[in-house]
Design a protein around this ligand. Structure first.
Ligand code: SF4
Ligand code: SF4
Ligand code: SF4
Length: 460
């Protein structure tokens, strides 16, 4: 069943930003959306005009967010597309926005057709990410990686909890030979954190997975779900750990999304991007400061912030915004009046400050070469010298905002040709619709698709 869309007020109160709304059936809701009101207002200047996808897939009928998608009203193309290859998992985490459990395994043929559709929608797409459930337990994942790499898609990622990787063995050898980029679920450096968020003491398993990935020379982004009073104190140590580990090219922090499966929470005390940045800033001896982070302009600016650092020979960590005025370049309001701006640097920064930017890849290295006044090693080594720290605050029923959804640049590819923006998929009811449709198909019973799929060309 789909949720209803209701009017909301965005309130600036006591230095923070809240969303307040009244549902006719359930009464008033209020949730914290950004713990820094001044930054929330100032970041409007990073709102870069969107770029339409090559093709759209649905008509406007009921209005956003019920026409996904992408429909003609959508304001951004897709930097990063996900394919959820299954709903099953080898963990049963108390915190799981995908609500993993029984459901479906996509077939290789279904995945091939989704990949073709992604190329059709985007032309030369940047990144496809295989996710789930847990994609590494899908029996055809390796064939799916091959299918992605045969197409004109620049990067292939796998989003994993790392359990199967930690086991090693012949499967891991075959998997590593495809050289996917790894998004490794890695919430902290203590068993207490894993016990609360993942339901098991997993630290040793996670470290083993990471060491196997290092031995195979694969590039890893650590992905940490951060919950208030659980692991917020681990934010700074996680970055310093990542800087030291040979496989790790960056850390992604995601405040826990209270959709799918999650424990009870207080929506007025949820973690937000400014809370995580504050913890990074306060970490004694930490390598990054609050002023190093700049919003990503291709989506709505308060959805995500990122920074990059150059890693020197002597262990020096040099955040890019300290050697280049990144925020001045990415200020899309003031820039219109600055004719002298260096377009090459702007384009390089736009590549980095994008949801499709990939840590540890040559793109990141090339940028640092063009933009910074740092004595650089050979280009082949350069990508390994760039370290990314990103924050992304997904929307949930307390914080869902149609203007953010309409500019979302992360999509979930569907078996019927649609691409549904990520937070809309998780929050509104599309995930449940897809799961029911695919599970019914596996049982040999077709369910109707809610929205008609069309493919009229749309100008970029
Ligand atoms: S989120 Fe985008 S694709 Fe979905 S209905 Fe809104 S504008 Fe259309
Ligand atoms: S959060 Fe990930 S690892 Fe945990 S149950 Fe869900 S899909 Fe599995
Ligand atoms: S996935 Fe959610 S948080 Fe990310 S850009 Fe889209 S709407 Fe914003």
């Amino acid at each position: 069943m789909f949720r209803a869309a209701i009017d909301a007020q965005v309130l600036l109160r006591d230095g923070e930003v809240f969303m307040r709304k009244r549902c006719p059936d359930h009464g008033w809701f209020e949730g914290l959306i950004y713990a820094d009101a001044r930054a929330y207002v100032e970041q409007a200047r990073f709102n870069k005009p969107g770029q339409a996808p090559l093709r759209i897939s649905t008509e406007v009928d009921r209005g956003c967010p019920f026409d996904c998608g992408l429909c003609p009203e959508h304001r951004q193309h897709t930097c990063l597309a996900l394919i959820e290859v299954n709903t099953a998992c080898n963990l049963d985490c108390p915190v799981c926005f995908a609500n993993a459990g029984s459901g479906f395994n996509l077939t290789l043929a279904e995945v091939e057709s989704m990949l073709d559709r992604f190329v059709e929608l985007e032309g030369h797409p940047e990144v496809v990410q295989f996710s789930g459930g847990e994609p590494t337990i899908h029996p055809e994942l390796i064939a799916m990686l091959d299918a992605a790499q045969r197409r004109d898609i620049r990067f292939t990622m796998v989003n994993t909890n790392g359990l199967r990787i930690a086991e090693g063995g012949p499967w891991f050898g075959e998997f590593a030979a495809r050289r996917p980029l790894i998004y490794l679920q890695f919430d902290g450096l203590t068993d207490e954190t894993y016990q609360v968020i993942r339901g098991a003491p997993l630290l040793e398993t996670k470290l083993r997975a990471l060491d196997r990935l290092a031995e195979a020379d694969l590039h890893v982004m650590l992905v940490a779900a951060i919950e208030r009073d659980v692991n917020e104190h681990e934010v700074g140590p996680l970055i310093e750990f990542g800087l030291q580990h040979p496989a790790v090219r960056g850390v992604m922090f995601q405040p826990v999304t209270h959709t799918g499966r999650h424990p009870d929470h207080d929506p007025l005390r949820r973690m937000t991007i400014p809370d995580v940045i504050r913890r990074i800033d306060e970490h004694p001896g930490g390598s990054f400061r609050a002023s190093d982070f700049v919003p990503i302009p291709c989506c709505f600016p308060t959805c995500s912030s990122v920074t990059y650092a150059y890693l020197g020979d002597d262990g020096e960590v040099i955040p890019l915004p300290r050697v280049l005025e990144v925020d001045q370049y990415l200020d899309y309001i003031t820039n219109r009046t600055l004719p002298a701006i260096d377009r090459d640097i702007l384009h390089a920064l736009e590549g980095l400050w994008s949801a499709g930017s990939v840590p540890g890849e040559p793109t990141a290295g090339r940028f640092a070469c063009a933009a910074c006044d740092i004595d650089l090693p050979a280009l082949s080594d350069l990508a390994r010298r760039v370290f990314m720290v990103q924050l992304r605050d997904f929307l949930d029923p307390w914080t869902f905002d149609v203007k953010k959804a309409m500019k979302c640049c992360i999509g979930i590819l569907q078996d019927d040709g649609r691409m549904i923006p990520f937070c809309t998929y998780n929050t509104i009811g599309y995930r449940e619709e897809t799961r029911a449709r695919l599970a019914a198909r596996r049982r040999g019973r077709a369910l109707p698709v809610a929205t008609a799929v069309t493919a009229p060309p749309a100008a970029r």
